[in-house]
Design a protein around this ligand. Structure first.
Ligand code: DX5
Ligand code: ZN
Length: 217
């Protein structure tokens, strides 16, 4: 299914009201809920661990898309499966054995994603595509919401070509708003993460991000 999906990142939500925030974005049309896990080591920020993700689970009626910005990944895969993640994405830069990591994620029954930092070429995941359900193209350096969009449309086009007819999503993460979304969608992305564009001022106050402009290809 290549229709455009919007995945609001709860990194920009009100941290004292996750249940209500998740309900609000789903009511307003979120297709997936994006959960940013940071370890203060792979990226210079700290967010949630498995117990928090488990607490989000009953509130998420759609797809819980968990983006791991942690290293190492493998010791925590089962904990995120037990917490109820539907999609689990690891960074290709997080360690030398992404192939093993993707196999281990799929072995739990979760969908497996692989993320690329802005400085990492599309070719870094070329030999992983048969093990991958989603490639996440970072359009900011990971660690914080609200950063400026870095244009990765050439990488997205290259990836779409490499993926061919495999059923692999291309997700864009960072700086997505109604002006940048159409660029990446036209290049071949089909899952758009949006944090600050959705949760302006700590709550869901910009439903226009769900408008036709952001979904238009
Ligand atoms: C960045 C995170 C993103 C972030 C996006 O490290 O992976 O998901 O929350 O936030 P915005 O949309 O504000 O760039
Ligand atoms: Zn993310």
């Amino acid at each position: 299914d290549r229709s455009i999906k919007i995945a609001p990142s709860i990194l920009s939500a009100d941290f004292a009201n996750f249940g209500q925030e998740i309900q609000a974005i789903e009511t307003q049309g979120a297709d997936w809920v994006h959960v940013d896990v940071m370890d203060g080591h792979f990226v210079p920020n700290l967010t949630f661990g498995p117990p928090a993700v488990k607490a989000f689970r009953p509130h998420v009626k759609t797809v819980m898309d968990v983006h791991l910005m942690i290293s190492p990944v493998d010791p925590y895969i089962q904990a995120y499966a037990d917490a109820g993640a539907d999609v689990l994405t690891a960074h290709v830069e997080a360690g030398p054995h992404s192939h093993r990591t993707l196999q281990a994620i799929r072995a739990t029954g979760m969908k497996a994603g692989i993320a690329l930092n802005p400085g990492t070429p599309a070719e870094a995941v070329e030999h992983l595509l048969d093990l991958t359900d989603l490639v996440c193209v970072m359009t900011v350096n990971p660690g914080f919401g609200g950063q400026k969009f870095i244009d990765m449309t050439a990488k997205v086009r290259r990836l779409r070509q490499m993926i061919g007819d495999r059923p692999v999503h291309i997700e864009i993460d960072g700086g997505v708003d109604p002006s940048t979304a159409p660029l990446v969608a036209a290049a071949g992305a089909d899952v758009l993460v949006a944090g600050s564009a959705v949760f302006k001022g700590g709550s869901v106050s910009n439903p226009s991000v769900y408008g036709d402009n952001i979904r238009a290809v």
